[in-house]
Design a protein around this ligand. Structure first.
Ligand code: UD1
Length: 346
């Protein structure tokens, strides 16, 4: 395969980042990863290499370190675009340490945009989140990109909103800058090879890692936060999207930025399946497809939880020509295969 342009991926050893690096490399892109390994592991590079057959360039750099980041752009003048994943992402931690979140998540993007301008790199894809929509009104479900942005419930969520504003302001000031904002719903699962996947730090906050760790007997039981929501089975509803499908959307976004000059200067896409699943549906389906029991108990609601949200992904389907269509059974199985590999379970 001929080599395509070079893409700098910040946070490229992280969960979504590593899956995206694999998809970029599978499509022939040259990839440079910038990551400070604050929430990931250098061995992820081995997993990427085993899948893609090549090793991406890796620079152990914190995006807050302007001179080091600048050096990467000097060393690789062929960089055609940036996908910016690097960020702190634990909601609870952000409530306890807001300044760390504002410093990391805002400072990193500011540095990247500044250095991109210096080196005349025009294209950036930014990892945003459906958290910007908060709990949408019933008439806005499923949520499309025109749904109103609501006041963030955590410093983490606020950094996503402010970063979107920063991107809009920079695009306004510099007409050469091309921006794609991707708002993810709930990424889950692992690469089908089980060579890369999610590596939660400590006790998982998110549902799926908690489910797989309970299935692997690392945790006694899953606590389901509330069954008294006004949903069919009383548990919350989310749009769970396969991380590999999500990764492929990034390749589509880059392709569009590099190949479609008539695109809008700032484009925003919701990345979800278009289907909402309840916590209970996830747990039951997981047990069905894996044949492994997940002990659970219903406990009180989690503070700040959103009752139900799922995406209208039509814009991404039509404009990017992308669809998240991996069956949930396969997605859950991939998550379990990854957990088994991590724990040495047969
Ligand atoms: C959370 C973050 C969101 C972030 C997203 C990343 C909050 C309030 N929001 O979203 O900002 O972008 O992760 O994927 O933390 N659940 C249980 N038991 C558990 C864990 C989760 O019942 O042990 C339930 C939750 O109540 C929720 C659903 O599972 O209904 C999904 O939870 P989670 O994976 O944490 O994702 P979000 O809350 O959607």
């Amino acid at each position: 395969m001929s080599t395509k342009p070079c893409i700098l991926v910040t946070g490229g050893t992280g969960y979504i980042g590593s899956h995206t690096v694999v998809e970029l490399m599978n499509q022939g892109y040259e990839v440079i990863i910038v990551d400070n390994l604050s929430n990931s592991n250098v061995e992820v590079l081995d997993g990427i290499e085993r899948i893609a057959g090549r090793r991406p360039v890796f620079e152990n750099i914190d995006c807050l370190d302007y001179p080091s980041l600048d050096r990467v752009f000097c060393e690789y003048p062929q960089i055609a675009g940036v996908i910016h994943f690097a960020a702190s992402k634990a909601v609870g931690e952000s409530v306890e340490q807001p300044l760390m979140y504002y410093r990391n998540n805002l400072g990193s993007l500011v540095n990247i945009l500044d250095i991109m301008q210096v080196h005349q790199v025009r294209n950036i894809v930014f990892s945003s989140s459906c958290t910007v929509y908060g709990q949408p009104d019933k008439q806005h479900l499923p949520v499309d990109e025109t749904a109103p942005i609501q006041k963030a419930l955590s410093p983490y969520g606020n950094t996503k909103q402010i970063n979107e504003d920063i991107l809009h302001d920079c695009a306004h000031a510099c007409k050469q800058l091309q921006v794609t904002i991707l708002r993810y719903f709930n990424p889950i699962g692992a690469h089908p090879s089980a060579q890369i996947g999610e590596l939660p730090n400590g006790i998982p906050n998110n549902l799926l890692p908690f489910v797989t760790q309970t299935a692997a007997r690392l945790r006694d039981k899953l606590r389901i936060f509330g069954d008294d929501y006004p949903t069919e089975d009383g548990t919350c509803i989310r749009d769970y999207i396969y991380v590999v499908d999500l990764a492929k959307a990034h390749v589509k976004a880059i392709e569009r930025m590099l190949q479609v000059p008539e695109r809008e200067q700032v484009e925003i896409f919701n990345l979800g399946t278009g289907r909402g699943l309840s916590v209970m549906e996830i747990v039951r389906t997981f047990m069905q497809v894996t044949g492994v029991r997940v002990p659970y108990e219903i406990v009180g609601r989690r503070e700040g939880d959103i009752e139900q949200v799922w995406a209208d992904p039509k814009r991404a389907n039509t404009v990017l020509g992308w669809k998240a269509d991996t069956p949930i059974a396969d997605v859950l199985m991939s998550a379990w295969n990854w957990e088994k590999k991590l724990r040495g379970i047969n």
